[in-house]
Ligand binder design. Structure first.
Ligand SMILES: [Zn+2]
Length: 213
């Protein structure tokens, strides 16, 4: 196409000057806003790594099912077994899920860090899902994180953010039947406090009472 040398880009010369220009030419501010908006997903992907749990296969892990992915395909069976066992356990002992948790089992530290694990063994980020690091391939760790997933579903992540910590962590350690007799503090104390609270409210009223904490 023949270049337009009038200086107004490819826009036709407006019939009614000012009004037509405003309508056709996006202001600089609008362009900046649009570019910023388009950058949000990329920025989130780059800087807020748990977002990668939304599309783990794009982050280089293989997905065995819709919910379970791993960087170690040779250990797919272990991953699937850990997942199924923990789902059954938590649903039978704590409560039913509205939706099944999405998880990534990482054998390598590099995989764990690419999903934002940091210094934790495993981490559940609201409804996005859970990443299990190299040390977390154990039934009670998977049950523990699935209890956090259930807490998110029952109480909502904003309510959960308020704590109290003894309830959130104490419940996950106690009801996952973590076999460690003595946990590192403050978790041992959280577990005892939860146990005492749980005995006093009873399983039936647990969620209703938890909302009042
Ligand atoms: Zn926890």
């Amino acid at each position: 196409m023949r270049p337009d040398r009038r200086g107004a880009g490819l826009l036709p010369r407006p019939a009614h000057g000012h009004f037509a220009r405003m309508r056709l030419e996006p202001t600089l501010l609008k362009r900046v806003a649009l570019v910023a908006l388009l950058c949000v997903p990329f920025a989130a992907w780059a800087f807020y790594k748990p977002v990668r749990l939304l599309a783990p296969s794009l982050a280089g892990v293989s997905c065995i099912t819709n919910e379970v992915c791993t960087d170690a395909p040779s250990r797919s069976r272990d991953a699937a077994q850990l997942y199924d066992e923990a789902i059954r356990f938590v649903e039978a002992n704590v409560g039913r899920f509205e939706s099944r948790p999405h998880v990534v089992f990482c054998e390598s530290e590099a995989c764990a860090q690419s999903f934002g694990l940091g210094r934790s063994t495993a981490k559940t980020t609201g409804p996005l899902g859970t990443v299990f690091g190299p040390r977390a391939w154990k039934p009670y760790y998977v049950r523990h994180e699935f209890i956090h997933h259930l807490q998110n579903e029952r109480l909502g992540m904003y309510r959960l953010h308020r704590g109290p910590e003894w309830f959130i962590e104490g419940m996950a350690y106690a009801l996952s039947e973590d076999p460690r007799t003595e946990l590192a503090e403050p978790f041992e104390q959280y577990r005892s406090q939860f146990d005492a609270w749980f005995r006093s409210v009873g399983k039936e009223h647990m969620w209703e009472q938890a909302r009042k904490l």
